[in-house]
Design a protein around this ligand. Structure first.
Ligand SMILES: NC(=O)c1ccc[n+]([C@@H]2O[C@H](COP(=O)([O-])OP(=O)(O)OC[C@H]3O[C@@H](n4cnc5c(N)ncnc54)[C@H](O)[C@@H]3O)[C@@H](O)[C@H]2O)c1
Length: 309
């Protein structure tokens, strides 16, 4: 078809996307983009390989935020979930998720523990494994964030970041793998782990000064690959998830201090908006289920295209 006829065939509205647009907070384009965040449909229609029916999964950092939303997704897919967190009480939303799990014939149980406490963590995870006679998976979401310029970062603070975000993730994965192998009698099993890293493990975030956090998330990416390489022969898969900016208590605390970041961060990715914790539900279910049975040592980066340009 000649170009002139082709152009005539294109509906007028299609040309709107070619106009230069300003993506500031007040921009109607940005407002429109933010309203395009999908509404989550909680019904599933088949695809048995995504089922977690009967599986037992541990979610660290499961008291709130991404961890709790991922716990809910795993419960919706049929798993029984044990949430581990250091908070004395989980967030108010936890009770709603636990009630829903009960109605679905599953269970969400809360355990207060600090993932840096090696002995307590191992005892607790052994108890959970004994209670069910099985342990199938882990989502390691416990983490902290601290924004301090590198010239002012104290060694104590840096160590705390690494102890929580790296050693804590390692100790949790190790305790879970030990129980998987104990219960399988050392024979190959079929466990799966998703360690929550971040796009900040791949790039330095423009305007967000957190050298230790970013280094810790890089370490989680590498830890995932190493654990996958060691435990693959046992049938234990280990992958990481690298989210982009998510609106949670962790980021809300930063927006209180720097309100302009809400728009700045949204403008840093190709979709022009921040993400919701619910947008990582599918990733958790995919990685913990047989749907990803040949995937290990990989990273699922879900960042609205932030790192792609
Ligand atoms: N929010 C984001 O934009 C974003 C982006 C990328 C990655 N992440 C990662 O996602 C994970 C969850 O973050 P979130 O935004 O939901 O934050 P959040 O602060 O809401 O949740 C983190 C949870 O981890 C728990 N925790 C912290 N230290 C712990 C410890 N030592 N022992 C046990 N529990 C501990 C906290 O109590 C909290 O409940 C973190 O690993 C974070 O780094 C977050």
């Amino acid at each position: 078809m000649p170009a002139s006829r082709l152009l005539r065939a294109v509906p007028r509205a299609s040309f709107a996307v070619c106009r230069p647009v300003s993506l500031t907070a007040a921009s109607p384009t940005l407002a429109r983009r933010q309203s395009t965040a999908p509404t989550i449909n909680t019904k599933t229609y088949g695809l048995p390989e995504f089922s977690l029916q009967g599986k037992v999964v541990i979610v660290s950092g499961g008291a709130r935020g991404v961890g709790l939303v991922q716990a809910e997704a795993l419960l919706d897919a049929g798993a029984r979930v044990h949430a581990l967190d250091r908070l004395p009480e989980p967030s108010p939303d936890f009770a709603r998720v636990a009630d829903k799990a009960k109605q679905q014939g599953s269970a969400l149980t809360y355990h207060r523990v600090d993932v840096r406490e090696e002995e307590t963590l191992n005892e607790l995870i052994a108890k959970i494994a004994d209670e069910h006679g099985r342990l199938d998976g882990l989502v390691a979401a416990a983490g902290i964030q601290q924004e301090t310029p590198a010239l002012e970062y104290s060694g104590v603070d840096f160590d705390r970041m690494m102890a929580t975000n790296v050693t804590g993730v390692f100790l949790t994965a190790q305790a879970v793998a030990r129980q998987m192998l104990r219960l399988s009698g050392g024979k190959p099993t079929s466990g799966s782990m998703a360690l929550i890293a971040s796009m900040s493990g791949t790039v330095a975030n423009r305007g967000l000064i957190c050298p230790a956090y970013n280094a810790s998330k890089s370490a989680v990416l590498q830890l995932g690959r190493n654990l996958a390489s060691e435990w693959g022969e046992h049938g234990i898969r280990v992958n990481t998830i690298s989210p982009g900016y998510i609106v949670t208590a962790m980021t809300e605390a930063l927006f209180d201090k720097y309100p302009e970041r809400r728009a700045d961060w949204a403008n840093g990715n190709m979709l022009g908006r921040l993400s919701k914790p619910e947008e990582y539900r599918g990733a958790a279910v995919f990685l913990l289920s047989d749907a990803s049975s040949f995937m290990t040592g990989s990273d699922l980066r879900i960042d609205g295209g932030h790192c792609a340009w």
